[in-house]
Design a protein around this ligand. Structure first.
Ligand code: NAP
Length: 296
């Protein structure tokens, strides 16, 4: 039996519509809309496309976009000054430093300069620490989006075996924390895991974030498992055959025969990331407004 497809595109559209309604209410109540600043260093074409998408998505839901661009040879000091001016600007509710940065810059140490209450990517040490402690904070967008997909698909996480393949700070680690907070029994795999197929095939919920096309196949999947494919890999036209050229980390066709539900690539996890960024920006704007209200 073919797995049910989890339609990330439709679920993301619903989240964006909800955020738009709530942004309108926020704007009416506070007399100004939330603002989202993106900081792009250099001219990497893929990063420019991502930033453009975030700017457009902000406008569509009534969030004011602030588009900051710095030259590829910008030094850490210039970027730090830019981030500080955005930290200090009350019209800016959320700040996103587009990664990866040019090779001469250190992404984590510059990201750490974003004020935690404006860190809508949830990647600063403070927000990572709050997540690890199970305390409220801004959560990384892609793993938070996966939680929404699992919820929408009606997946019961209580006591479930969840296996994540990938331990990056951006995705794998926060994904593990979110699943643990939802009372799943969580295992995280990586490139040194001894028998990946054996560990993965224990999973009721299998999340693949590896960055290698079609690494997870039928041997990794327990019949009836829910499979979330986070990978975005671009194949050459020859490799892709007549398909779109984007594939995930899961061998979709093979795994579809075994899984009970699966996310497609494209159209699964990808669309959730921007939707959650917009939701985080609204959450940040609300917390800042509450704090400002408490001070007056
Ligand atoms: P990353 O930082 O490169 O991490 C990859 C992880 O996979 C590492 O922990 C690595 O292990 C592990 N790994 C590599 N080869 C493996 C193997 N053969 N077996 C088991 N584990 C292996 O990547 P990332 O930033 O987490 O992203 C992962 C994928 O998700 C990429 O395709 C990326 O494009 C995609 N992604 C998509 C979104 C979205 O919006 N949909 C957002 C974020 C990421 P080690 O730690 O041992 O090296």
């Amino acid at each position: 039996m073919a797995a049910k497809l989890i339609d990330g595109k439709a679920i993301a559209a619903r989240v964006r519509a909800e955020v738009a309604d709530e942004v309108a209410a926020f704007t009416e109540q506070h007399g100004r809309p939330p603002g989202l600043a993106t900081v792009l260093v250099g001219e990497d074409p893929a990063s420019a496309v991502y930033v453009g998408g975030k700017q457009r998505a902000s406008e569509e839901v009534g969030i004011v976009p602030f588009d900051r661009r710095l030259p590829a040879d910008a030094g850490a000091e210039l970027i730090a000054e830019e981030l500080q001016s955005l930290n200090d600007d009350p019209a800016v509710s959320g700040i996103l430093l587009q990664l990866p940065l040019p090779a001469h810059l250190d992404g984590p140490s510059l990201t750490a300069l974003i004020a935690p209450e404006k860190d809508v990517d949830g990647l600063t040490p403070i927000n990572a620490g709050l997540l690890a402690l199970g305390a409220p904070g801004l959560r990384p967008c892609t793993p938070a989006g996966v939680m929404v997909l699992l919820d929408d698909a009606g997946v019961d996480l209580e006591g479930a075996e969840a296996v994540i393949v990938g331990r990056s700070n951006l995705f794998g680690k926060p994904m593990g924390q979110l699943l643990l907070a939802a009372n799943a029994t969580v295992t995280t795999c990586h490139s040194r895991t001894r028998d990946l197929a054996a560990v993965c095939s224990r999973a009721d919920v299998l999340v693949a974030a590896i960055g290698r096309p079609r690494t997870i196949g039928a041997a990794h999947v327990k019949p009836g498992a829910v499979v979330i494919d986070v990978g975005i890999n671009r194949l050459s036209p020859q490799e892709a055959g007549n398909r779109s050229g984007l594939v995930g980390d899961v061998d979709h066709d093979a795994v579809c025969e075994l899984a009970s539900a699966i996310t497609p690539v494209p159209g699964g996890v990808g669309p959730m990331t921007i939707a959650m960024l917009l939701r985080n920006t609204l959450q940040a704007a609300r917390s800042q407004a509450e704090l400002a209200g408490a001070r007056t």
